[in-house]
Design a protein. Structure first.
Length: 552
């Protein structure tokens, strides 16, 4: 997938899908180039294009080059020849003989030879820059936060209805809202033991997904959630009932629609029971077939509080947010001005719990500060891909930043509206810019036996000269400084480069002279560019990290 994207609104492709649909794509969610993946794939396509005439002319001839090594050779009648040298060993590099020449193949890699002699690309050797992207605070300030608590006391008689038993959620809501209220009443006699110092009764609610909030007499008793692997879950908690009539309200929340799996159209959502009270004098009281009242959606949704046209429908409360921040089912709103610049923007929602967010009436989607679990220990490109492979962000929110397109903003007085289910602190929400902070390159010089050469391809000549380091900052940026530069035998990776035993003293001055103040630059990897050979008879490389800054 070359470009990720964002599931704005409630358009996420399935249950528990984040709004971010990035997948580490070469063009990221914000439309920015992700390096080195973009450049590496660009070079791969360029190399395959050089093989095109032979590739479309014939089927390959496959020969063995070793126990886990093969050559796939395409030879056309016109004399064209292209080959792919594969090393399927996941751990060891090998040296093979092909067409009377030796080739070094890294582990789990393929080398492309458009003329069956010269390697122009190897899948395991990344020869393009690496970009370091960060989310940086913008100058936007959220002004005058105001709140409105969702009314839990009554339903709209025009849209509420009653039925015996528990109904499936999507059949009732028709996906008009994520939310469905299930409400019933229970009468408690004054002689019940728990009213006289005994242990409080327990309510158990079985749900088929995806989230549930339990209210008793207007107070939140607790919440429970399913997972993508197991949508079914149960809520179990103590309930503080009183003598007389008690209102039990279950807010069932759908987080996307089923979209994959065997017979997924038969999957159910919502509270399908059983729902029962335990610990009463009579024992278990099953409410599953009681009379339940149903209300689709929230009152705030019905009043269109997420839109600039609807915010005046209620009296918003100002100030005192510290006392309000843990209040469930709360609407928050604030105004802000568009930040300077043209970098992509995102809201940092890490201080919030779970809910939905809108800007100027446009939905950024659902947010949920759930924390990722898994194994983030170690990562290697080699070996067959599996979904848990090379996981990142264990112990961090599955999503922290929510993409806000600049095209949705006005210069001033932009309206931010949030519906928060659990609590959270909206005063800590920030609007951040996605910026390229540094770029790195780590390129080896060619072996001295490899000379400059050319390939004829469809009437044009492709030239392959000495390798170059290419550095390029983002739009509206230039290279402000060289954080690291070493021509020789540097160590480490982007962000943690170190000088090795061999280092050309002129490395920094050479890069600064060619790159400072420019958006992009290139430096040929050769001894002449660095004054002299810092370590003769040693295969050298050039490692660089450059800092990008906005143009002034």
């Amino acid at each position: 997938m070359y470009h990720g994207g964002t599931n704005f609104g409630r358009s996420a492709g399935g249950p528990f899908i984040t709004t971010s649909y990035d997948y580490d794509a070469p063009l990221d969610e914000y439309g920015l180039v992700r390096q080195p993946k973009y450049g590496h794939l660009k070079e791969l396509h360029r190399s395959i294009k050089l093989c095109e005439q032979a590739l479309v002319s014939t089927d390959p001839t496959v020969t063995s080059l070793g126990n886990l090594q093969q050559a796939h050779v395409y030879s056309s009648e016109s004399g064209g020849c292209a080959s792919f040298l594969a090393n399927y060993d996941t751990k060891s590099a090998v040296r093979v003989m092909f067409n009377n020449m030796h080739y070094n193949l890294p582990p789990w890699s393929i080398s492309i030879l458009p003329d069956c002699r010269n390697v122009v690309f190897n899948t395991a050797k990344v020869g393009v820059q690496t970009s370091q992207m960060e989310m940086l605070p913008s100058n936007a300030e959220m002004f005058s936060w105001e709140t409105f608590n969702e009314d839990l006391s009554s339903f709209d008689d025009r849209s509420a209805f009653s039925a015996l038993g528990l109904l499936e959620q999507i059949n009732v809501t028709r996906d008009a809202s994520d939310y469905l209220w299930y409400t019933t009443s229970v009468d408690i006699g004054s002689s019940e033991s728990f009213l006289h110092g005994r242990e409080l009764p327990t309510i158990i609610v079985q749900s088929t997904g995806h989230a549930l909030h339990v209210f008793v007499n207007g107070q939140l008793s607790g919440s429970a959630f399913g997972t993508r692997q197991n949508r079914r879950f149960a809520f179990k908690g103590k309930v503080n009932l009183r003598a007389g009539s008690n209102k039990i309200a279950l807010l069932s929340v759908a987080v996307g629609l089923p979209n994959v799996g065997g017979h997924y159209e038969t999957w159910t959502t919502g509270v399908l029971g059983p729902v029962a009270l335990h610990g009463l004098d009579q024992g278990k009281w099953d409410l599953s077939w009681a009379k339940w009242t149903y209300q689709v959606g929230l009152k705030g949704e019905a009043m269109n509080l997420n839109s600039p046209n609807g915010i005046s429908a209620v009296d918003w409360m100002q100030g005192s947010l510290i006392a309000q921040k843990q209040q469930p089912l709360t609407w928050h709103k604030a105004n802000f001005n568009a930040p300077d610049g043209d970098e992509p923007l995102a809201l940092d929602m890490s201080s919030m719990g779970k809910g939905q967010v809108w800007v100027n009436g446009q939905s950024l989607g659902r947010y949920w500060t759930a924390y990722a679990t898994g194994n983030c220990n170690g990562c290697s490109y080699s070996g067959t891909f599996r979904p848990p492979k090379c996981q990142l962000g264990c112990g961090q929110p599955t999503q922290r930043w929510y993409h806000l397109p600049r095209s949705w903003l006005k210069p001033t007085q932009n309206l931010l509206v949030i519906f928060e289910e659990l609590g959270g602190d909206p005063t800590r929400i920030t609007l951040d810019k996605r910026s390229m902070t540094s770029v790195c390159a780590d390129i080896a010089e060619y072996h001295p036996n490899i000379k400059n050469w050319q390939i004829e391809s469809y009437g044009r000549t492709e030239e392959f000269h000495k390798p170059k380091v290419h550095l390029r900052c983002g739009p509206g940026q230039s290279i402000s400084s060289i954080k690291f530069a070493s021509f020789g035998t540097p160590l480490g990776t982007c962000g943690s480069f170190q000088q090795g035993t061999c280092h050309a003293p002129s490395s920094y001055t050479t890069l600064e002279k060619k790159c400072i103040g420019r958006q992009r630059c290139s430096v040929t990897i050769s001894n002449s560019n660095f004054g002299q050979d810092p370590c003769p008879n040693v295969l050298k490389r050039l490692s660089v990290e450059a800092i990008c800054a906005p143009l002034t």
